[in-house]
Ligand binder design. Sequence first.
Ligand SMILES: Cc1cc2nc3c(=O)[nH]c(=O)nc-3n(C[C@H](O)[C@H](O)[C@H](O)COP(=O)(O)O)c2cc1C
Length: 398
Amino acid sequence: MGMADADREMAPTGTGALYRRFVGPLLSSDEGSDAEQLSTLSLAALAQASLRRGWPGVSTVLAGLARELQRPDARLEQTLFGCRFSNPVGLAAGFDKNAVAAGIWHCFGFGFAELGTVTWHAQSGNPRPRLFRLAAERAALNRMGFNNIGAEAVLRTLERQRLPAPGRRPAVLGINLGKSKRTPLELAPDDYASSLDLLAPLADYAVINVSSPNTPGLRDLQQESQLRRLVERLRRLPGCPPLLVKIAPDLEDDAIDAIARMAYEEGLAGVIAVNTSLNRLGLEQRRLASSGLTLAEEAGGLSGAPLRARALEVLRRLRAIAGPALPLVGVGGIDSAQAAWERIAAGASLVQVYTGWIYEGPELVPAILDGLRLQLDRHGLAHIGAAVGSGLPWKETA
Ligand SMILES: Cc1cc2nc3c(=O)[nH]c(=O)nc-3n(C[C@H](O)[C@H](O)[C@H](O)COP(=O)(O)O)c2cc1C
């Protein structure tokens, strides 16, 4: 262990240690602290930090955070669809729905962050409680329903943070777009287009989210003809950033194949796989302590460790159909370097974390980055790009 590592290990105030000590216990059971309230509280603090990141005290704290959590390494850098990623690990959509902390996600070690889902109309989402921990399974169930302040307010929020222009940011920022609940499905293309038209100048890339299980009818937009119509509509907007589509894990094989072919033919920037699942993935009989109902009876999408195997399967299928030319983003149940490596070896150029990051804490990002660098060494690869789709196994020893 080098001196810097030893310092990190012993630092009593290290972010990881603090998280383990204070947040860990709150996350270790399903009941107690309300899951949504915890995120809201942390986001409020992060929002202040992002707005005031130039202030002396704040910038010192953020610099300390960055020193502890970032792992700059040219072997992990990639340029994909015109965006330069300092590393392949990103924050998945849904944590920073209103883009309040857009200016500081790089301080947590992320190479990119996906803001949103943003809808054209502001909406409050489903009634609470709507986010549940399944602590023993390292999973979560949510039926948030695209609660967000709406595209115009997100624009103002981003502007207030005075971010560097796209292409000049320490972390790439994607904006994930959804359909407003009140907009009928046949008018979906206009609804997405209004949001994109407004937010395009601030986005490094944009995501067409057609896979949330919590907006009635939304997933129908995954049908090839509907999706093609939507893509073609958004494409025509002036200044349209690279467009990706985010898909559900619950699609049949031929629907996955159709999307992979369409994405390739339309020259989409990439596909993000996967969103949360309506399948209960073996947890049908698991009861939520708060309601006493089983997961089979509760509405919402499942995320975290139980989703890992299916997310990997969908990614493999996309890669098999679309080949290496279509960038893929792997998400779902990634909570370790090994899970990230497996997704990359299966064809993901980038990975994202959400549920795993909440349970493992901020140390997850550097743990993944360190693990990926070690795998490159062990396989004798000079660059992460050589691992993408390589099928190389996780190697425990050199
Ligand atoms: C509380 C919560 C809210 C989410 N909100 C969104 C969202 O607004 N848009 C979206 O595309 N995905 C959303 N997701 C899905 C995640 O981005 C991710 O695709 C999914 O959780 C699987 O990754 P994970 O197992 O690492 O959590 C949400 C997930 C959770 C747990």
